[in-house]
Design a protein around this ligand. Sequence first.
Ligand code: NG6
Ligand code: CA
Length: 507
Amino acid sequence: MKKLAIILFAIVFVACKSDNKTTTATTNEATINKQPNIVIIYLDDLGYGDLGVYGAKGIKTPNIDKLANEGVKFTNGYATSATCTPSRYGLLTGVYPWRNKDAKILPGTAPLIIDTAQITIPKMLKENGYYTGVVGKWHLGLGTGLVDWNKKVTPGPNEVGFDYSYIMAATQDRVPTVYIDNGFVANLDPKDPIKVNYDKNFEGEPTGKENPELLRMKWHHGHNSSIINGIPRIGYMKGGESAKWIDEDMADHFLVKAQEYVEAHKEEPFFLYYAMQQPHVPRTPNPRFIGASGLGPRGDVIVEADWAVGEFIKTLEEKGILENTLIILSSDNGPVLNDGYFDDAVEKLGEHDPKGGLRGGKYSLLEAGTRVPFITYWKGKIEPTVSDALVSQLDVLASIAELTNIEVNTTDSQNILSTLLGKSERGRGNLVIEATTRTAYREGNWVMIPPYKGKAINELVNIEVGNSKDYQLYNLKDDVSQQNNLAKLNPEKIKDMVANFESIRGT
Ligand code: NG6
Ligand code: CA
């Protein structure tokens, strides 16, 4: 049976090869058998210092620490942006997000921002014999305009390369607060249709702003529209009662979907993008994890995420496929404490530094915005290593292509496979850093931030976002926390870096 399937695969590959312009497969029976599974575990707003192995205090993350201690722990690993949507765009497409003007934080009703003709990690793998799936947070838009949530929601993940998708549309704090199973809202009762609007409330529906008495979590800024499960959200939603998720069950729910996916596809090479929601707001640990960290809900959901990672790894082990699975774990952007709800993240922080000694945070061009935990693990294949090489999530696409023998043309994504596997210290030479559509430039150990108008601190979230009327230049080797602006002392360096930056970025 298996043999037959393999032969069928091979025939399909050969057929696909002729009309496939972007990728060319060199596949035969032997390589199909050998192809490793690839899993990307992606956390949401997890900071550089939020894991035990990266120095967290008061939050224990033994399962993720194990991956880092037995794999490669990168100290210079970057997300492609300091917020979610652009970051995920860069990861999945291998294209710098600032090249796409729509790659910014999206409302739950935004159209899909990945071109369905574009190459993506799942599309490239699917065309080469992999089964591909996404479980968790999407936030890359859905549909082409006005979405009717009561019909098939398309195009979405299934149109950009995923065979299987089980997602939340945007974020845990945005409507619609439902799961979408291969394009269809899960558990929807057709007699109770869903309506979503980001501009206007539905008549008679309570809101966080007008009905504080109905809230079990209070909003600090934004997050005062529809109330779902006692939590005020961004955007208005009506109906779809039976489809609404239970916030405290979300981690368990996505874990089960990820485990079922592995079980169903353990016989074939598979790709899974497991996009967890923690520790993004609203932080709603399952009751089992309340108090698990001593840091309040933000710490508790990180412990919860770590537990889920441990359970997921156990599943791979039980199915006997851990040794044939490359796992990449990272975060979409840096940390934020108060991102719009009062949830004790600031008050209970104690000694913990989510930034891990870096400056800035989510939304910031300074290091903590995009430098994130970045771990690769492959049992029996990767030697325990700490790597200081400069690596970006942008490079995952070209590196996976190399691993799986797929030819792909990329401009931004670089093949750094040997570095990701801990066999080389050679990283990227340079990197354009992005935060809320502004860009900066790293080259070697130097980082240059051009002048930007706007406040230096986003006071709502209390984060230094990197704006200054002057050029900023830091040498990260001696000054990882970006305390000494060397721009005035090094006008030539600035000139060089601006020229190189502009040659990539365009003027
Ligand atoms: C911001 C939200 C913030 C968070 C962020 C997206 C307000 C005031 N703030 O607009 O809470 O949802 O968008 O986060 O609404 S991300 O990690 O998905 O990029
Ligand atoms: Ca995020």
